[in-house]
Design a protein around this ligand. Structure first.
Ligand code: NAP
Length: 677
């Protein structure tokens, strides 16, 4: 086909495209090598690379087939409107051209050399490359613990499903400085996570832990050993622990005294020299939010943090901050201002430990690593979405803290909204921290605000009364220590949310979170639309229960799909069944804890699973008006007995509104109810 060449000055000497402008079509070439050939009248194109043709068109049928080198990769059966691809005998794609669709089988990601969408895509590949160390990179990393073939590797970890998987990502050499090291979080979560990273050989020899807090801790390492023995997901092994212990030290001091930072600086220098931590630091602020600003000020004054450098191998300083990040939009903005006065956004890692959970990350893999789910993931097929974060426990002696917080601040503003953004987001352009977080922020911005009277019609807040949990009588919330008898703090909340977006217009997202509920469970469920026509209506057992895809985060991480199946026999009898995937059973029983993954990412400088400043502000920007609505509308607080699924008032929330129509416009809207997991 003859085409008109683009003016050379637009693309340098190497023309990249060949256009047929009248038809609004183009084909691309690189370095004078034509890559595509157009059949403009049919709106089709085929690509070529070097002199090797890659695609062949059958324009009349609107089809194309691809080839590489001399090996044909695709075979067309035009009469059937199909083509199939082959690569070394492995089929990669199947086309259904009538639908304008084709699906690709997953293979190892191929590196694109063409410009595509340019820098963003290229940098994404570079990042991805860094995540899986090359043999040469791995060789420079000295593992803290011995060989994986040691007894530390459980039978489950030797699961054949893990075979052939790339080596896991290892941390950069660094000192992990924990502010608040005498506290509960350090003991229960952080040191056990560090130990498990070491046990999995994900830490390097150049690693050290420095605890900082007010109380003297002459036996800090010994205390941490006991904590690991008690809270680690895997048993403590002497050999691994003693290696790690050599790099554990403690600096006593108050966060508001400059001497604390001077002592810390001296300790870090010692570790650089003796442990090879290479001036890299991760400062973990396991403290209340009012300590964030004094600490980063102290670090800056002592020159322990500096603006990030883009020089190769320049030392890094990352600051991890714990939740809660503020108590409303104003305080979150103030915290961001305080942190950003001394640090760049790229140095700040705001933790939401839900994002470190395997199933939460798997939600993205399920959506964007498969082809079969995403086409269903929209208003066309989804009737509604339910997000549940339910706990059996009460306030566990933390009444004073809980009175100020409540479940909406404690769970909804962060964890539940994180789940919502991951389930509702558009595909990011790459697996890159900012690309992923950009899409999550967009979801938060499409959330329809719940303001004024909507706080009554779209939410239910509740509080647990005395009841029975696991066969034991438990007191009501207002009978807990340090809780006001007339407390209006919510221990349960249910909400009906709408996303004003193309994908989700008209699909309600129901979200509930509560304490002292019937079961400890966290899950996201896509409820699909009901059948348009009840073909098996009269069949025994036919419930016509719509399909549901359940993504479970706890207690047992996994995914299940509910569908109807025929009961074996001569007639048609139907039963709803589930197809289950369980993380533990498939990949090994001991899934890494969320803190392991997040600590490793902070050590590696990967912020994808941390919350960005604008994201946290958008979360507060959504929940703040709900509190205001409850206040101005005198929203009641519904009581529920401990050990139940919350107040009955919440049931009405999931019913479709008057006049709503079901799938295919039928008059009776589908029945909806909260799932009983
Ligand atoms: N615990 C959890 O499971 C958990 C879970 C999620 C989030 N978080 C969050 O993590 C943070 C820490 O929680 P936590 O339970 O570990 O708190 P915690 O047990 O109260 O510990 C607070 C720590 O901060 C230190 N500290 C406070 N003020 C200080 C000062 N002026 N100078 C020096 N040290 C000071 C304390 O040291 P001394 O006691 O030696 O004075 C202690 O080590 C909180 O923001 C919490 O919301 C905790």
């Amino acid at each position: 086909m003859e085409g008109r060449r683009e003016p050379a000055d637009t693309l340098g000497a190497a023309a990249r495209s060949v256009c047929t402008p009248a038809l609004g079509l183009h084909a691309r070439a690189r370095s004078a090598r034509p890559r595509s050939v157009c059949t403009p009248a049919l709106g089709l194109h085929a690509r070529a690379r070097s002199a090797r043709p890659r695609s062949v068109c059958t324009p009349a049928l609107g089809l194309h087939a691809r080839a590489r080198s001399a090996r044909p990769r695709s075979v067309c059966t035009p009469a059937l409107g199909l083509h199939a691809r082959a690569r070394s005998a492995r089929p990669r794609s199947v086309c259904t051209p009538a639908l304008g669709q084709h699906a690709r089988a997953a293979a190892s990601p191929r590196r694109r050399r063409d410009g595509g969408d340019g820098g963003a895509r290229r940098s994404a590949f570079r990042r991805r490359d860094r995540s899986y160390p090359t043999p040469r990179r791995r060789a420079s990393i000295v593992p803290v613990v011995a060989d994986r073939s040691s007894s530390t590797m459980t039978q489950a970890e030797k699961n054949p499903l893990r075979e052939g998987m790339p080596e896991e990502r290892t941390a950069s050499p660094a000192a992990l400085v924990i502010f608040g090291a005498s506290g509960d979080l350090t003991r229960r979560k952080l040191l056990p996570a560090v130990y498990n990273l070491a046990l999995s050989r994900l830490l390097t020899g150049g690693f050290a832990v420095v605890g900082v807090a007010r109380r003297p801790k002459p036996d800090f390492a010994q205390e941490m050993r006991e904590a690991v023995g008690k809270y680690s997901r895997r048993p403590l092994e002497e050999a691994s622990w003693s290696e790690l212990e050599k790099g554990i030290s403690y600096v006593q001091g108050s966060f508001d005294e400059p001497e604390t930072y001077a002592r810390l600086a001296a300790e870090l220098e010692r570790l650089d020299a003796e442990r090879g931590t290479r001036k890299n630091r991760v400062f973990y602020l396991a403290v209340a939010p009012d300590q964030f600003a004094p600490i980063v000020r102290g670090l800056r004054a002592a020159n322990l943090v500096a603006p990030p450098s883009h020089e190769k191998d320049a030392p890094f300083q990352h600051v991890v901050v714990e939740k809660p990040f503020g108590e409303d939009l104003e305080s979150a903005r103030a915290l961001n201002r305080d942190l950003l006065a001394h640090l760049a956004e790229s140095q700040i890692y705001r933790i939401d430990h839900y994002l470190g959970k395997e199933t939460v990350q798997n939600l993205l893999v399920l959506r964007f690593g498969n082809t079969i789910f995403e086409p269903l993931w929209s208003r066309q097929h989804v009737d509604h979405v339910q997000i549940t974060v339910a706990e059996e426990i009460g306030v566990e002696g933390r009444g004073k803290f809980y009175e100020k917080v409540g479940i909406t601040r404690d769970i909804v503003q962060n964890h539940a909204l994180q789940l919502l953004t991951l389930v509702a987001m558009e595909p990011p352009s790459s697996w890159d921290a900012d690309a992923v977080r950009d899409e999550k922020v967009k979801v938060l911005r499409t959330l329809r605000p719940i303001e004024g009277p909507d706080a009554l019609s779209s939410t239910v807040r509740g509080q647990y009364a005395a009841g029975i949990v696991r066969g034991e009588k438990v007191p009501g919330y207002t009978e807990e220590p340090d809780v006001a008898k007339d407390s209006m703090t919510e221990t349960y909340v249910a909400m009906k949310l709408h996303l004003d977006s193309w994908r989700w217009g008209g699909v309600p997202f129901y979200l509930r979170a509560g304490k002292r509920l019937a079961k400890r469970v966290a899950e996201v469920v896509l409820h699909f639309k009901p059948l348009p026509h009840g073909l098996f209506k009269g069949a025994p057992g036919a419930t016509e229960e719509p399909n549901a895809l359940v993504m479970r985060l706890q207690p047992d991480e996994g995914i299940s799909l509910r569908f109807a199946a025929k009961i074996p026999g001569s007639g048609i009898a139907i039963r709803g069944v589930t197809m289950d995937f369980r993380y533990g059973a498939a990949f090994g029983s001991s899934t890494p804890e969320a803190y392991e993954r997040l600590l490793l990412d902070a050590l590696r400088g990967d912020a994808t699973l941390f919350t960005r400043a604008d994201e946290v502000e958008a979360q507060w920007g959504f929940v703040d008006p709900i509190f205001e609505g409850w206040r101005t509308q005198n929203a009641p607080i519904a009581r529920y007995a401990a050990g139940t699924w919350g107040p009955p008032e919440a049931d009405a929330l999931v019913q479709p509104s008057e006049g709503a129509r079901g799938a295919c416009g039928e008059r009776t809207p589908p029945e909806r109810a909260w799932r009983r997991p």
